[in-house]
Design a protein around this ligand. Structure first.
Ligand code: ADP
Length: 257
């Protein structure tokens, strides 16, 4: 696979105490830079705007109102990109920020503009870093503008860029037959070829502080990926060098193909 989309969740980028995990961000920037050096085209879909915003503004919990959350995301997104910019620069790479909303990729003209931007960034060996544009898209009920979560967004980005593989880094090392955080006897699937109603019924909620989607949104993303005849790997993001091993063809996490 030459073109890959990597999605990282907030739990990969933040410590559970709410502080930014700089070690992890730097390692991720190193690994993606090295993959770019080896000739792979990499696109990063990064969550973390609200988490980083909270840390930056010395807040301990998410405010209740949507506009307050949006303001925090606006601060956090800037800080997040500033950190990425410095880490990637250290490893010799330039990044470009792409903020998307659902209406943008649903409307043909703006969809094509988005595709053109991705192609141009990749042609110039610039690493696109994608997130949902929280300023314009609000809450789950806003079907017009909101993807809902970065799991779905990362699958849409795979479609837009016609990438071959989506690697989703999470706080869990794959998809299990029941929620492993509440069922110690849960068993991990190595490979999944189709997402049925039964598959969806095995997915539970997120149990982490920052996690938004839980397993269900990852399966929805896998559905989009499989429909596009592409593959997705769900793997443990606590060691981001797992990306090297996945691209060497080693079995890691759960492969949807
Ligand atoms: P991220 O922040 O990386 O997007 P989430 O916290 O949203 O991750 O989702 C991953 C979590 O989903 C796991 O840590 C686990 O607690 C939960 N989960 C629920 N059902 C399952 C399942 N069937 N297999 C694996 N994880 C599951």
């Amino acid at each position: 696979s030459k073109r890959i989309v990597v999605k990282v969740g907030t739990s990969t980028l933040m410590y559970s105490n709410g502080a930014i995990n700089l070690q992890q961000m730097e390692k991720l920037s190193f690994v993606l830079s090295d993959l770019r050096n080896s000739g792979k085209e990499v696109i990063l879909v990064s969550s973390g705007a609200i988490g980083v915003g909270l840390a930056r503004l010395n807040l301990t919990k998410r405010p209740v109102t949507i506009p307050e959350q949006q303001a925090i995301a606006a601060v956090g997104q800037t800080e997040l990109m500033s950190l990425y910019s410095q880490f990637f620069y250290h490893y010799g790479h330039q990044i470009g920020q792409v903020l998307l909303t659902k209406d943008v990729v649903d409307f043909p003209v703006s969809r094509q503009n988005t595709i053109n931007t991705f192609e141009q960034l990749l042609a110039k060996k610039i690493i696109p870093i994608v997130n949902e544009n929280d300023t314009v898209s609000v809450e789950e009920l806003d079907h017009l503008t909101r993807f809902g979560d970065n799991d779905t967004l990362s699958a849409i980005v795979l479609e837009l860029t016609q990438a071959d593989l989506l690697i989703m880094l999470s706080d869990i090392d794959g998809f299990y037959d029941k929620n492993p955080s509440t069922h110690p006897d849960a068993k991990r699937f190595d490979t999944i070829h189709a997402i049925s109603e039964e598959t969806l019924s095995l997915a539970g909620d997120s149990s982490t502080r920052f996690g938004t989607g839980g397993m269900i949104t990852k399966l929805h993303a896998a559905q989009i990926v499989l429909e596009a005849n592409k593959s997705m790997v769900l793997a443990d993001g606590s060691d981001v060098t797992v990306l090297f091993r996945i691209l060497e063809g080693k079995e890691e996490g759960t492969l949807f193909t």
